[in-house]
Design a binder for this molecule. Structure first.
Ligand SMILES: NC(=O)C1=CN([C@@H]2O[C@H](COP(=O)(O)OP(=O)(O)OC[C@H]3O[C@@H](n4cnc5c(N)ncnc54)[C@H](O)[C@@H]3O)[C@@H](O)[C@H]2O)C=CC1
Ligand SMILES: O=C(O)C(=O)COP(=O)(O)O
Length: 524
């Protein structure tokens, strides 16, 4: 049973996939009141109100996934989640249209003074001269950030016969052309636009992007809109420009602190505001809740999540192809880690054949996670494996080649330690399974699973018999056994598998047998 803590108001209809699942239990409680629920929750579902801090996540030892029913993840400490091995997902496009429409509604309301006029009429006034507005047609709309919302807005602005100019440093000319917008530098946009609307995430670069200096470059009589994140337009910088009449109007759905603590800006007649309502429609809430519910369900079913912030995105189709290699790589990493009782500096993996066409970066992460898991006390998985490896001074690299060495696909891993180098080769054969086909240059063929003994010995008569007899004397049944050697009478290896783990005492006795060089227990 997986326990999911729902900390913000999330559409119940959208949560149906989770509510209908027999192995999921939902708990609707804000994290501040959740008490002991924090200790047992496997997942946390939030919108923008809950602050998912490192401190909170550390109080949630079972937490595996944080799901944001919306776009912005600035209320989640993604770096801390990554370090802790917690997957962070969002619902990137479920509220795009609602937020676009809200931005458009804010623009129309601002240009036609609808909120102010409403208040006036409700106060029994009939002041038609006070609310003369501005047409959209022919005006230049400057969009900062042409992502999902920015591009939907551009489409709608064109229908209103507006000119659209865009600043987005990450936008390719090809995409701009496809959407039919003119790109510009920030300075060009500031000096040309009649209305400026921001649609970027809140980042180091975008915080205060529209500040005293940049706002001074705007046209006199400019209108501003922020339906993205509070702080992209610096609130304090707006006040003097509103007073001087340089800024004719500003529409805000988001604020530097929510609810706004410093309300001086809100006192101005030219300011219209909504309480972070961009995504607040029935449709958007249903969309984002359904999206994260499906994702969380997939996650707990061991399937891929497609909108992760801190994991490579893998489609279901690719996932099905990649999964066997993912598992094989994890076991190979784990195997080598148990064989090498020493610090390692370097892990390299060569992908040969068809596996090289898959998302090998994800397979490598799985390998590193498998390698690190017997060595680190904390959770290690593909989310934080790269980070932990780096922290421990382990570099990793991959090589991809079309050539195969007899197998349709093959992974060769070389691990360089302080004292030795270990190499392992594995393959996946459909309908047959994962196989390890080479260990340190010895040909062998075994299924990497369960309780194993890896024995190095001399290829001399009696060695295998002595091992068999000793295990038999201890009533230990050998489930499978393979041997490999490089040349007659030289070094050789045995790989044995058992139904239960072999004790340290038996390992020690095996080590003392004539012709035995080393014995290692491996649990996969
Ligand atoms: N008011 C509300 O209720 C809602 C607000 N939002 C917010 O709206 C914003 C946009 O959302 P989406 O369009 O879905 O995001 P998106 O990720 O699709 O688009 C963001 C765009 O900003 C651009 N960008 C990034 N850094 C930039 C910079 N320094 N200068 C200029 N452009 C930059 C990116 O290249 C990208 O094209 C986000 O902050 C999101 O959190 C989203 C939904 C609802
Ligand atoms: O999706 C986003 O980024 C939003 O800002 C929407 O926030 P909300 O889910 O309405 O608290």
């Amino acid at each position: 049973m997986f326990r999911i803590l729902v900390s913000d108001k999330i559409s119940e209809e959208g949560l149906q996939p989770l509510l209908n699942s027999s192995h999921i239990m939902l708990v609707n409680k804000n994290v501040a009141d959740a008490g002991e629920e924090l200790e047992t929750a496997d997942a946390l579902l939030v919108r923008s109100a809950t602050q998912v801090t490192e401190e909170l996540m550390k109080k949630m030892p079972q937490l595996k996934i944080v799901a944001r029913a919306g776009v912005g993840v600035d209320n989640i400490d993604v770096e801390a989640a990554t370090k802790l091995g917690i997957v962070v997902i969002n619902a990137p496009d479920g509220n795009t249209i609602s937020t676009t429409e809200h931005t458009f509604a804010m623009m129309a309301s601002m240009l036609r003074h609808i909120p102010q006029a409403t208040v006036s009429v409700k106060s029994n006034e009939w002041n038609r001269n006070a609310f003369v507005g501005t047409e959209m047609r022919g005006k230049t709309l400057g969009i900062v950030g042409l992502g999902r919302i920015g591009s939907e807005l551009a489409k709608r602005a064109r229908a209103f016969e507006m000119n659209v100019i865009v600043f987005d440093p990450f936008l390719t000319e090809e995409r701009a052309y496809k959407i039919g917008v003119t790109t510009a530098s920030l300075d060009e946009l500031l000096s040309t636009a009649d209305i400026i609307t921001v649609h970027t995430p809140l980042t180091k670069e975008t915080k205060g992007l529209l500040n005293e200096k940049t706002l001074s470059k705007t046209k006199k009589g400019v209108y501003l809109i922020n339906c993205a994140r509070g702080g992209i337009i610096e609130e304090a910088a707006v006040i003097p420009l509103l007073e001087s009449g340089h800024i004719r109007g500003i529409a805000l759905d988001v604020f530097e602190t929510e609810p706004p603590e410093n309300t001086s800006l809100l006192q101005y007649e030219q300011v219209i505001a909504t309480p972070h309502l961009g995504a607040s429609t029935k449709e958007a809430q249903l969309n984002v809740a359904s999206q994260v519910s499906e994702e969380v369900l997939a996650f707990f079913n061991g399937e891929p999540v497609t909108s992760s912030i801190n994991l490579p995105t893998i489609s279901k189709e690719v996932y099905e192809k990649i999964m066997p290699f993912y598992q094989l790589a994890k076991k190979m990493g784990n195997f080598v880690s148990q064989c090498m009782a020493e610090p390692v500096n370097e892990i390299s993996v060569a992908y040969e054949g068809s596996v090289g066409e898959l998302q090998t970066a994800a397979i490598t992460k799985s390998l590193i996670a498998g390698f690190l898991s017997p060595r680190v006390a904390s959770t290690v998985n593909e989310v934080n494996a790269g980070m932990i490896a780096k922290e421990r001074g382990i570099s990793f690299s991959e090589k991809i080649s079309n050539e195969t060495s007899g197998y349709e696909n093959c992974l060769t891993v070389k691990v360089v330690g302080n004292k030795s180098v270990f190499s392992i080769k594995g393959t996946y054969i459909p309908h047959y399974g994962e196989r390890i086909v080479e260990l340190n240059g010895f040909n062998i063929d075994f299924y990497p699973d369960g309780h194993l003994l890896y024995i190095q010995h001399s290829d001399k008569p009696g060695a295998i018999g002595r091992v068999g007899r000793l295990l038999g004397d201890h009533s230990i049944n050998i489930a499978t056994m393979q041997v490999g050697r490089k040349q007659r009478g030289g070094d050789a290896i045995m790989m044995l598998s058992f139904d239960k783990a072999v004790t340290e005492r038996v390992v020690s006795e095996l080590n003392d047998l004539e012709g035995i060089v080393s014995v290692r227990t491996i649990d996969l």
